[in-house]
Design a protein around this ligand. Structure first.
Ligand SMILES: Cc1cc2nc3c(=O)[nH]c(=O)nc-3n(C[C@H](O)[C@H](O)[C@H](O)COP(=O)(O)OP(=O)(O)OC[C@H]3O[C@@H](n4cnc5c(N)ncnc54)[C@H](O)[C@@H]3O)c2cc1C
Ligand SMILES: NC(=O)c1ccc[n+]([C@@H]2O[C@H](COP(=O)([O-])OP(=O)(O)OC[C@H]3O[C@@H](n4cnc5c(N)ncnc54)[C@H](O)[C@@H]3O)[C@@H](O)[C@H]2O)c1
Length: 498
């Protein structure tokens, strides 16, 4: 039998993936073309839905994210069919997909929203864990309840959240960069945040304008199996998970500033007895743990060795492209994502992609960059849905305004964080100026100026400057006459520009 002999049904639109990108795309399609047959094929039994969406300013947005049963979507959109299975094969020439249960579906237009998975330094379960979906977060939590010491490798969003949240367990944080949080922060912002690592956490968390991740009901292992990745966790994923180690005492993360480079070949994971013995002979004890043996040892490139219960590899993501590549001719970007143009179209005819699986390869606005984030997954899914519908109706649409300016609202170490534009002067070379305002423990404000115009900003704490700064970046006003008054706390900057 060929795939074509087994076709169950042909849909006008098929979307693969029940994460934020796929669900937003499906909603957009089902809403714009109510008579069109739409199918959502997803490996995970639940979908991620955006709720309480709020536009904070012109591009800054916030929303909650709920894990919902797929029936909620089907009830809302009568033209939608949800198929619970993973896509195993795609044939772009015949416009067919085959799922893990052997069923074949035809499509006129397809959107791939299969997300990404952790880029683990080494595959060695249960000693090396990645965190992506509900199952992997629960596995981490389970292992942590028995752990006395863990090693966290990586310096991005997940590592930052973990070293702050984990309690009752010693944390060795292996950072290869000179400062912490390098995917979001420069050295100044890192310096501002570091004292929070050693401080007691506040009893009540500060109210925070950020997207929130919730599950409606207790997670009980209904999640997808190991070969079927679930949707990515998102903001506040650790809320509701007790992240306590075995000793049940509050210790603070140990920040080891040794400028480590942890390369795959230097990273020794030991389930292997020979290595363990060999290793123990040369093992130079540290942190007063001389007499203990550990399930796994980690050798860092600075020559230090640490024993621990397990390692968290929080070292970025790899787009989930594999099932779609065989036999097709997709152009891939350097980061492994499916290359898409400004209409979210891949290099294969009638195939679109959105969210973490794709790489935005259009000419970006000078103030936007792709980061694999919740907000961008929503924006791309929405834009892909609009483009697919417009194409079916022979209409043309422009790239949406949200891609004009990068914006991200989040929270680290219990501080509100707003990132705008070229917040770390990305790609500006040396042709920029920085203005800084720093009040220890309260706020960190950084403005990036180029040619007297604001091109980026980092706001940490309760600054209330986000809307004004977003405006100043979007309108590209010459700010030279205001000089350093721009950040003068005694001047109400909003009145200034009204
Ligand atoms: C721990 C953690 C914390 C995060 N925190 C934040 C944050 O605070 N702020 C923020 O902006 N972003 C955050 N992110 C990033 C954010 O979650 C992702 O960028 C976003 O969820 C990506 O959405 P997506 O729809 O592209 O992919 P995913 O959410 O990964 O969804 C992919 C979907 O595709 C399905 N799928 C995969 N392969 C197949 C297949 N072959 N066939 C059928 N279905 C398939 C999966 O089951 C899943 O439903 C975080 C990520 C993690 C892991
Ligand atoms: N609050 C938020 O916005 C938030 C929170 C968590 C996760 N996320 C997103 O979720 C995704 C996954 O998070 P993540 O933290 O794994 O990825 P990330 O891309 O944010 O960070 C990866 C980190 O790993 C480091 N790294 C890479 N290879 C390494 C190696 N061999 N040795 C040591 N360090 C190495 C990088 O320098 C970088 O600091 C990202 O897209 C991230 O943006 C966002």
């Amino acid at each position: 039998f060929t795939m074509a002999d087994k076709i169950e049904k042909t849909f006008k639109f098929v979307v693969v993936g029940g994460g934020i990108a796929g669900v937003t795309c499906v909603e957009q399609l089902s809403y714009s073309l109510q008579s069109a047959d739409v199918a959502l094929i997803t490996a995970s039994p639940h979908i991620k839905a955006v709720t309480n969406y709020k536009q904070v300013a012109k591009v800054l947005e916030e929303f909650d994210v709920e894990e919902q049963p797929t029936s909620v979507l089907e009830e809302k959109f009568p033209n939608l069919t949800v198929i619970h299975s993973a896509v195993n094969t795609l044939n772009t020439r015949s416009h067919l997909v085959e799922t893990a249960d052997g069923k074949v579906y035809g499509y006129e237009k397809l959107c791939i929203c299969s997300g990404a998975r952790p880029k683990l330094l080494i595959q060695d379960k249960p000693y090396v864990l990645g965190i992506r979906d509900t199952d992997s977060a629960q596995e981490f939590q389970k292992q942590l309840t028995k752990a006395r010491k863990i090693v966290v490798v990586g310096n991005g969003g997940i590592a930052l959240e973990l070293v702050y949240e984990v309690e009752g367990c010693e944390v060795i944080w292996a950072v290869k960069d000179k400062t912490i949080g390098n995917t979001f922060f420069d050295a100044g912002a890192a310096q501002f945040l570091i004292p929070s690592l050693g401080a007691d956490k506040p009893e009540r968390e500060a109210a925070c304008k950020r997207t929130r991740y919730t599950t409606d009901y207790p997670t009980d292992g209904r999640g997808s199996g190991p070969t079927e990745p679930g949707s990515a966790l998102g903001p506040d994923w650790h809320r509701g998970l007790v992240l306590k180690g075995a000793e049940w005492v509050r210790t603070f993360a140990k920040l080891l500033f040794w400028n480590l480079i942890l390369k795959r070949d230097m990273f020794i994971s030991v389930g292997n007895k020979t290595l363990l013995t060999l290793f123990k002979k040369n093992f130079s004890p540290c942190c007063g743990q001389a007499s203990r043996t550990w399930p796994v040892y980690v050798l860092l490139t600075n020559g230090k060795t640490f024993g621990c219960d397990f390692v968290v590899s929080a070292t970025g993501v790899i787009p989930n492209t594999e099932p779609f590549l065989r036999g097709n001719n997709f152009a891939l970007a350097d980061d492994g994502g499916l290359r898409v143009d400004d209409h979210m179209v891949t290099s294969e005819p009638d195939v679109y992609a959105a969210g973490d699986v794709c790489t935005a390869c259009w000419d970006h606005s000078p103030l936007w960059q792709q980061m694999r984030l919740w907000t961008q997954a929503r924006q791309m899914g929405w834009h892909a849905g609009r483009c697919m519908a417009a194409c079916a109706l022979s209409e043309t649409i422009e790239l949406d305004f949200c891609f004009e300016l990068f914006s991200h609202i989040t929270k680290f170490f219990n501080y509100k964080v707003f990132l705008l534009g070229k917040f770390n002067a990305q790609g500006l070379g040396s042709d920029y100026e920085l203005l800084l305002r720093y009040t220890k423990g309260e706020e960190y404000v950084k403005v990036v100026l180029q040619g007297g115009r604001m091109v980026g900003a980092v706001l940490i704490g309760e600054t209330d400057l986000e809307e004004t700064f977003e405006n100043l970046i979007l309108n590209q006003m010459d700010l030279t006459p205001y000089g350093e008054d721009l950040l003068n706390p005694n001047i109400d900057i909003e009145d200034y520009f009204d």
